[in-house]
Write a protein that binds this ligand. Structure first.
Ligand code: CUK
Ligand code: CUA
Length: 683
């Protein structure tokens, strides 16, 4: 009787497995994606009446119905774009589909995340090892600026970089499997801001600093600010073939102790230059506790700060010629070298700027000053000319040549209060976020863009109110050489009156804005609450540029090395190998069991556990956890993981699969038996 029942269960399970495997093994093109109807939609009078009734019951307006039609994405229909957003203090990156504004995934970068098995692989977890700074675990990050890798100034969909403002780190995500492969820590500075920005072929990933400090973890009191504190910019060399930053080929430049802010790389005619904003050229040192003016006042006294213009190709040549000095083991081009070699120039920019953004054609750099209602447009050709012909208005206190403002300025456009960041579309418009106005401004570019739109060049065209206090904005491929237009995301800081109350802590609000038509039409289509961290910047890439793996290329794939791992256990060769107190466990995972199911070790053993998911179907992901030992893995099809720990707590531990992988998922378990040292018969 029980035998019959067990047999039935197994037959049922086999059937379930076969069905699900059958689905996943369908050739491409026969997937379960929804078929698009070929007949154009026509509403019958009865359907119009019904639709109107539904709309009236929900108090929807006509524009709401249009917004819904433009964003609603039926089940099985894929989004057109993927938005990669910084996850702010969560330390992560969020991937969001556009126009649906559905959260597709988070990607763990600076913060351990158990679902992804990120940072929960025992004592020698390579992820955890990268999270150590000066011997201390730093398991969070303040992510601000993601940067997709570029080829020829266009997103190529291969890699994503993201900066951690709090700890001056940068994460490297491989977009084949959407996993973080590397975290690099800047050895010069504690925190930064202008990371990550790439040069047009991702030769370098640029990280500019923010709050000046004594480079290399030095110490000095505020009265030594001007002599001892310094800013910096670091050029991280990216090795595309390895998918890693090559720290040995990277270098930095010493900068004055102004607070450097955002960076952007030139492109086209300005390729080879990097632009960085700064504020606090006053070099205010605060000290309200001693009756001195606070930083906010001290740092805002002058009418202008300095836009930094760096010739990174010349700087690279100077570094390669051995002109850098080592600080904390890292090569740094000194200010004196930068001045002597003509690597660094300044030009005045209106008071306390924030964003600097280069136009798609590379001819202009646009700076927005948060305390100035204008955006200032600098001509990159005029900058090159002013450098070549020494059109200087003077030097700063550190001997850096200052290009005359009138020699490099192209235009100033009054937009409104608190302009921060600028993006571009395909119609010759720029879009600037207005923090204090809570609006997105559309304005017309000049030069060769003037023929693309009917408006007068360099003028405000329209503003769309957003909710609320917009920081960054992001248009579709809107910071590349060929923006798509169509969609824009307003990344609003708060969501007052937009959603149900979630306690005193408000979600942020991403609003999808339709920028497909020019002129004064620019409606908001959708609100998306973001209840994790405070995102800053995001980038939107055409979904078909991403060539992500559906499963790992081969069984036994190590995602840390992105290669087949020779240590990956083979099916039929599973088991436990002991050498003294060193134990190696070779385990396979397949729907719906682990092999072996019982693992016996002795208290105090050092256990190295090797586990591979022997699966090729896309939806056959397993997890693996050991409760109480802080271990959880995600084992995607083909994935191999190795972890180690000391079995210092005796007991019998159920181990189980943490992903609901099949009808018999609950049965996908086993036991780790840690035999007490004093047990009878123990060695
Ligand atoms: S920053 Cu946050 S709104 Cu870090 Cu780019 Cu401007
Ligand atoms: Cu494997 Cu659940």
């Amino acid at each position: 009787m029980t035998r019959v029942k067990a047999g039935m269960v197994l037959a049922l399970a086999a059937g379930l497995m076969a069905t699900s495997a059958g689905f996943a093994q369908q050739p491409e093109g026969k997937s379960r994606r929804r078929r698009v109807e070929e007949k154009p939609l026509e509403l019958t009078p009865a359907q119009v009446t019904e639709l109107t009734k539904v709309a009236n019951e929900r108090k929807l307006k006509v524009e709401d119905l249009f917004a819904a039609a433009k964003t609603y994405t039926p089940s099985g229909v894929m989004d057109e774009y993927v938005l990669f957003s910084s996850g702010g203090q969560s330390g992560q990156v969020f991937a969001i589909g556009v126009p649906s504004m559905r959260l597709l995934r988070s990607i763990a970068v600076f913060t351990p995340e158990s679902w992804q098995g990120y940072g929960f692989a025992g004592d020698n977890d390579p992820v955890r090892a990268q999270m150590r700074i000066n011997g201390r675990d730093v398991t969070w990050g303040d992510t601000h600026h993601p940067a997709l890798s570029e080829t020829g100034g266009d997103y190529d969909g291969q890699f994503l970089f993201i900066g951690d403002k709090a700890n001056a780190r940068m994460g490297v995500v491989d977009l084949r499997d959407w996993e973080t492969k590397q975290i690099v820590k800047n050895p010069l500075t504690v925190s930064d801001h202008g990371a990550a920005f790439v040069t047009p072929n991702t030769e370098y990933v640029v990280e500019s600093g923010q709050y000046a400090t004594v480079l290399g973890y030095g110490y000095a009191t505020p009265d030594k600010y001007k002599e001892s504190y310094r800013g910096m910019v670091t050029f991280w060399k990216f090795d595309r073939a390895k998918g890693r930053v090559d720290t040995s080929a990277s270098f930095a430049m010493e900068l004055p102790p102004y607070w450097q802010d955002l960076a952007d790389a030139g492109k086209g005619p300005s390729d080879g230059l990097v632009f960085i904003n700064s504020f606090n050229v006053e070099m205010a040192t605060g000290g309200v506790e001693k009756g001195k003016p606070p930083f906010e006042a001290g740092a805002s006294q002058r009418d202008t700060d300095y836009l930094h213009i760096i010739d990174w190709k010349k700087a690279e040549a100077a570094f390669k010629a051995g002109k850098a000095e080592k600080i904390n083991g890292f090569p740094v081009l000194s200010l004196a070298t930068s001045v002597a070699e003509g690597l660094l120039f300044f030009t005045p920019e209106p008071k306390s700027p924030h964003g600097v953004d280069v136009t798609p054609n590379g001819q202009y750099a646009i700076v927005a000053g948060k305390l100035d209602p204008h955006v200032t447009v600098f001509s990159t050709a005029k900058i090159r000319d002013a450098i070549a012909n020494q059109k200087f208005s003077g030097k700063d206190e550190f001997g850096v040549n200052v290009l005359a403002f009138d020699a490099v300025k192209e235009a100033q456009v009054e937009l409104g209060l608190g302009p921060l960041h600028t993006q571009f579309d395909d119609k010759g418009y720029a879009y600037t976020s207005l923090f204090l106005d809570s609006a997105v401004a559309r304005w017309s570019l000049g030069g060769e863009y003037a023929s693309k739109h009917p408006e007068k060049p360099w003028t405000l065209v329209t503003k769309t109110p957003v909710h609320y206090n917009i920081g960054h904005l992001c248009a579709a491929e809107g910071d590349t050489v060929s923006p798509d237009g169509k969609y824009l995301i307003a990344m609003n800081k708060w969501s007052v009156d937009r959603f149900l109350t979630t306690g005193p802590l408000l979600p942020q609000n991403f609003q999808l804005v339709d920028i497909s038509s020019g002129g004064t039409t620019m409606p908001v289509l959708y609100d998306m609450p973001v209840g994790v961290g405070e995102p800053h910047y995001c980038q939107m890439i055409k979904a078909d540029k991403l060539k992500s793996w559906a499963v790992y290329p081969e069984v036994g794939w190590n995602p840390h090395t992105q290669s087949l791992d020779p240590n990956s256990p083979k099916q039929g060769k599973e088991g436990v190998i002991r050498d003294g107190s060193q134990v190696i466990v070779n385990m396979t995972a397949i729907r719906s069991h682990f092999t072996p199911e019982h693992v016996e070790v002795n208290e105090g053993d050092h256990v190295t556990w090797r586990i591979v998911a022997v699966e090729r179907t896309q939806d056959a992901t397993h997890g693996f956890c050991i409760g109480g030992y802080n271990i959880n893995l995600s084992l995607e099809p083909g994935e191999y993981q190795e972890f180690s720990f000391v079995a210092d707590r005796p007991g019998t531990y159920p181990i189980y699969c943490t992903e609901f992988c099949s009808a018999l998922h609950l049965e996908m378990m086993g036991y780790l038996h840690v035999k007490p040292a004093n047990a009878v018969g123990s060695k």
